[in-house]
Design a protein around this ligand. Structure first.
Ligand code: SF4
Ligand code: SF4
Length: 179
């Protein structure tokens, strides 16, 4: 496989600085609304804050890859005396929980680093986190070229698994004949 140079974008999370204000969820959902900034529903955010105020637990988690099946591993984590749940650090949109699913369609959500045209200076959740709990970093790496599933392809795959090819093609064909 050919090697290519790629800018790797990452957001580091400093859990100790997060106070659970949820500004990151708000701005992410507003930015991804259709049209942009027309609504604000944290259920649609691609970052979610796991909150347990009584135990002082605030953990921002980014939406990652879609997982078709729930995993077998279940772990508990204790960090700085705070206990985190089985799935708290997991980034997947998976069948065993409602996190990182578009609330109306159930389609998986994934952080796209606020891709925009023209590009954003830095991801909006980073910009809006006044506590600096989210730290944006870029680095160049040589990686193997790979075909990544685009958001629409992932969504189609979910619909295909759910409804089957025949129903999906019938629906697309019916919709394309409208207007
Ligand atoms: S905006 Fe920052 S401090 Fe507020 S919940 Fe998100 S990560 Fe935590
Ligand atoms: S980087 Fe952008 S898309 Fe990803 S969680 Fe933050 S605001 Fe949402």
């Amino acid at each position: 496989m050919a090697k290519i140079k790629k800018i790797i974008k990452t957001i580091k999370v400093d859990v100790a600085l997060c106070n659970g204000c949820r500004a990151c969820e708000m701005i992410c959902s507003a930015f991804h609304a259709e049209p942009k900034y027309s609504s604000n529903n944290p259920e649609r955010a691609r970052i979610r804050v796991i909150r347990d105020p009584l135990r002082d637990v605030y953990l921002p988690v980014y939406a990652g890859e879609y997982a078709e099946a729930e995993c077998m591993g279940r772990e508990k984590y204790v960090l700085d005396g705070r206990e985190y749940g089985e799935c708290d650090f997991c980034r997947a949109s998976c069948p065993s929980r409602d996190l990182f699913k578009e609330p109306d369609s159930g389609l998986p959500l994934k952080c796209d680093m606020c891709e925009d045209d023209p590009p954003q200076e830095e991801p909006l959740c980073v910009k809006w986190c006044i506590n600096d709990a989210l730290i944006y970093e870029e680095r160049e790496e040589e990686v193997e070229e790979e075909v990544e599933l685009e958001e629409m392809e992932t969504a189609l795959k979910v619909l295909l698994d759910k409804y089957g090819l025949q129903k999906l093609t019938d629906t697309v064909s019916r919709l394309s004949q409208k207007d």
